[in-house]
Design a protein around this ligand. Structure first.
Ligand SMILES: Nc1nc2c(c(=O)[nH]1)N[C@H]1C(S)=C(S)[C@@H](COP(=O)(O)OP(=O)(O)OC[C@H]3O[C@@H](n4cnc5c(=O)[nH]c(N)nc54)[C@H](O)[C@@H]3O)O[C@H]1N2
Ligand SMILES: Nc1nc2c(c(=O)[nH]1)N[C@H]1C(S)=C(S)[C@@H](COP(=O)(O)OP(=O)(O)OC[C@H]3O[C@@H](n4cnc5c(=O)[nH]c(N)nc54)[C@H](O)[C@@H]3O)O[C@H]1N2
Ligand code: SF4
Ligand SMILES: [Mo]
Length: 685
């Protein structure tokens, strides 16, 4: 060996795709040396990614090789919630789960409930083998409402499916309205395009109760009260119609129900709307002027305005605006909530609902999981959680915890880490991360189907979700051939029939949808029942909803009687360095966020003797949480802000903002959670 120098190992690059619940779905380049991922970077060749990743995923190796990664199956030995486990083998883990599920299934399979969301947006590691397994069992359906279902419903009854503006054109817009969207945090690649638009002279406007990172960089910021967006949209319509700023030709040819809309909007003059929203009439007048006279005008709505009782209606009203002014005539103008409507994924092939064999199990709403576990008419006896951390993220957390703590509930959790939810597992199963498994991802912020190649071998004894459900299916004696499908076969079933998944995999992505620069709705062609923008919606009427846009006040209104006890409206939107509750346990990212803060306006703070940096108790009838006060006019008067979603166990009092949020009120459409419809009181500690 003497004299021989060690040859530097070769670094290879593997094409991947970010799995997180983020509109940007970046193309990743995973740099691998000696079987170790040494760096993750963004692909320069993928136009939406443009060579840049957010700070979270740029640190992906820190998360992947985190010393706390779960590496072996485990069985609980402590009390539920205590977090004490012992290592077991895969054989024992799978046999234990199968042996516990079999008698429950024999008695009534609906007593088994999957609980999952978008921890990974991968179609293979998401709802494919897992749903085949649950369909074959006849388990309860899960209504996946925790995020976007209210906005989706409001968009659908107005414009049809969500085919948002191509992000690659956003730099051509002359006006961009960020409506309930903190793009710097939650869609940084859209923000990069908006900045380019700004450099080219575009005006940026933010509509947000909080001076978010995005709002502070916009030319204008309208800081309305939470849950009042539907009124603001009606106020804008009022002025647009009154001042003749509408595109008559577009309205006549491509919309339905203008007269009704016009009548409704006449009931919302600026003075009235200003009082509802807690803003000035002038702000409404001048935004309407700007919107009615600037083209291309793009509304970048995100989901911030739909987490309140009237969240469906808010989205619906906002979606009416581009039709009124003819903004859809421009490729860079219109509405951008999501682009997921572009992609035709064959969910039947993935999930195989035929395995239900005629059964129609009950549906349980994930946003009311606490109620389902505690007071469901028929009990939930087994819960299988994957791709989600409900003990931290679901509303009305003390109820959720009481449900998860039930001694007679059998809980299985598939995870990367021992999360707040994992602490309640009977059996805890270690799952692979995106660097370790194959997948294909349907994005919701651009026009490319994305493929992910495994870059490294699974760590420890980790297995992909798909493989875990394959093993469970086998142990339960399910013999249908689909339970033997490989991940490659599932991925091929997910993408368009005329594509070769292997080719997509080699390229990393495949663009779908219209050619660039095409104004998709310039000549109408919406996929609503009438093919038009439906100001009047018969579908809404059939659902028992108002067929026309209207204002629905928040359930917990700052002007209601309840506000005498709980006068502050609390919102808990995403923190920049976390992704929901993912990444909270990554030390460097948690350090960037500091600790669980409460942003409070100086006037609201001084009324309560709250001092900067002091701890406060935030409470309502549902619970309380201790946060550290940050006195700042980023929070408007009457609104407090606790950026989220913290791991409870990493907070000083073992709690997070969801102690305060409600599961008693759901949204007007889509049965979604009302995270930002939440009155509280604050006291100094
Ligand atoms: N870094 C990071 N990125 C994320 C996430 C994350 O947790 N962290 N989460 C991902 C997920 S799952 C989703 S769904 C999206 C989230 O996307 P959104 O839910 O749209 O979240 P944000 O983009 O942060 O925008 C929310 C903004 O809406 C504001 N807001 C709150 N209430 C109201 C209201 O009543 N009206 C209006 N107009 N604004 C309101 C908040 O103050 C906040 O600034 O982002 C995704 N991207
Ligand atoms: N107060 C408040 N609460 C909120 C929100 C808010 O704004 N405020 N936002 C809500 C929204 S928009 C959403 S979408 C939900 C999100 O809530 P969740 O969907 O629960 O998202 P995360 O908190 O990111 O948890 C995802 C978990 O999945 C795990 N995971 C990731 N990939 C895999 C995999 O391949 N296999 C397995 N087995 N596990 C994996 C991660 O480790 C992580 O613990 O939270 C909601 N909760
Ligand atoms: S979280 Fe979003 S911005 Fe960050 S790498 Fe993933 S897709 Fe890109
Ligand atoms: Mo979400």
């Amino acid at each position: 060996m003497i004299g021989k120098s060690k040859t530097p190992s070769r670094v290879t690059t593997v094409k991947g795709a970010c799995p997180h619940d983020c509109p940007d779905t970046c193309a990743l380049e995973v740099h691998v040396s000696d079987g170790i991922a040494i760096k993750v970077s963004g692909s320069a060749a993928h136009a939406p990614t443009a060579g840049v990743l957010c700070t979270k995923v740029a640190r992906y190796t820190e998360r992947t090789y985190h010393p706390d990664r779960l590496l072996h199956p485990m069985r609980r030995i402590g009390k539920k919630g205590e977090g004490r486990f012992e290592r077991i083998s895969w054989e024992e883990a799978i046999a234990t789960v199968a042996n516990r599920l079999a008698p429950i299934a024999a008695e009534g399979a609906e007593q088994i409930l999957p609980y999952s969301y978008a921890g990974t947006m991968g179609l293979v590691q998401g709802e494919s083998m897992s749903m085949r397994f649950f369909h074959r069992l006849g388990a309860s359906f899960l209504d996946r409402t925790i995020c976007a279902s209210a906005g989706t419903a409001g968009h659908e009854i107005t414009l049809g499916s969500r085919i948002g503006v191509d992000v690659e054109l956003a730099d051509q817009a002359k006006l961009i309205i960020f409506w309930g969207s903190n793009a710097i945090t939650s869609s940084v690649h859209f923000w990069a395009r908006a900045q380019e638009a700004k450099r080219r002279g575009a005006t940026l406007v933010a509509i947000d109760p909080y001076r978010s990172l995005t709002a502070e960089k916009c030319h204008r910021h309208i800081a309305l009260l939470p849950g009042t967006d539907s009124a603001l949209a009606l106020g804008l319509m009022h002025v647009l119609i009154r001042d003749g700023l509408i595109d008559d030709d577009y309205v006549q040819r491509h919309t339905l129900g203008f007269e009704g809309l016009s009548e409704r909007a006449s009931l919302y003059p600026p003075a009235k709307v200003a009082a509802i929203c807690g803003i000035t009439p002038q702000e409404i007048e001048s935004l309407a002027q700007l919107y009615g006279t600037t083209r291309p005008a793009l509304i970048r709505a995100n989901y911030g305005m739909q987490r309140v009782r009237g969240g469906g209606m808010a989205t619906r009203n906002i979606a009416c605006l581009p039709a009124l002014v003819g903004a859809f005539r421009d490729a860079a103008g219109g509405m951008f909530l999501s682009t997921s409507g572009n992609f035709a994924v064959d969910n039947r092939a993935l999930e195989r609902p035929d395995l239900l064999a005629g059964r129609t199990p009950r549906t349980i709403n994930m946003s009311t999981i606490g109620h389902a576990l505690l007071d469901g008419i028929a009990p939930v006896k087994a819960l299988i959680v994957y791709n989600s951390n409900p003990v931290a993220v679901a509303p009305d957390s003390s109820r959720v915890v009481r449900g998860f703590a039930r001694e007679d509930l059998f809980t299985v959790v598939l995870e990367h880490f021992q999360t707040d939810t994992a602490d309640y597992a009977d059996i805890l199963l270690p799952a692979t991360t995106q660097l370790e498994h194959l997948d294909v991802i349907k994005p919701y912020g651009h026009y490319y189907m994305m493929a992910n190649n495994p870059a490294i071998a699974p760590l420890g004894e980790c297995k992909p979700n798909s493989e875990i459900f394959r093993l469970l299916a086998k142990a339960m004696g399910f013999e249908e051939p689909c339970f033997s499908d490989s991940d490659e076969t599932i991925a091929q079933a997910a993408v368009a029939k005329d594509w070769d998944f292997n080719a997509v995999r080699a390229a990393g992505w495949q663009r779908v949808g219209p050619a660039k620069d095409v104004a998709r709705f310039a000549d109408g062609g919406f996929d609503t029942p009438s093919g038009k923008v439906e100001f009047f919606s018969a579908r809404a009427q059939r659902l028992g909803l108002d067929p026309l846009p209207d204002y629905i006040a928040p359930q917990e209104d700052t002007r209601s009687a309840a506000a005498s006890r709980y006068p502050l409206a609390m919102i808990s939107p995403p923190a920049r360095h976390f992704l929901n509750s993912s990444f909270v346990n990554v030390q460097s990212l948690r350090a960037s966020e500091g600790e669980p803060w409460l942003d409070i306006h100086p006037d609201d703070a001084s009324k309560r003797q709250v001092v900067a940096g002091g701890y406060v108790r935030v409470f309502n009838d549902r619970g309380s949480v201790e946060l550290r006060a940050r006195i700042t006019d980023r929070a408007r008067r009457g609104v407090v802000v606790g950026l989220s979603v913290w791991w409870k166990k990493l907070a000083r009092d073992g709690k997070n903002a969801n102690e305060l949020t409600s599961s008693d009120t759901l949204t007007d459409m889509g049965r979604a959670a009302t995270f930002y419809d939440c009155l509280v009181q604050v006291e100094a500690l």
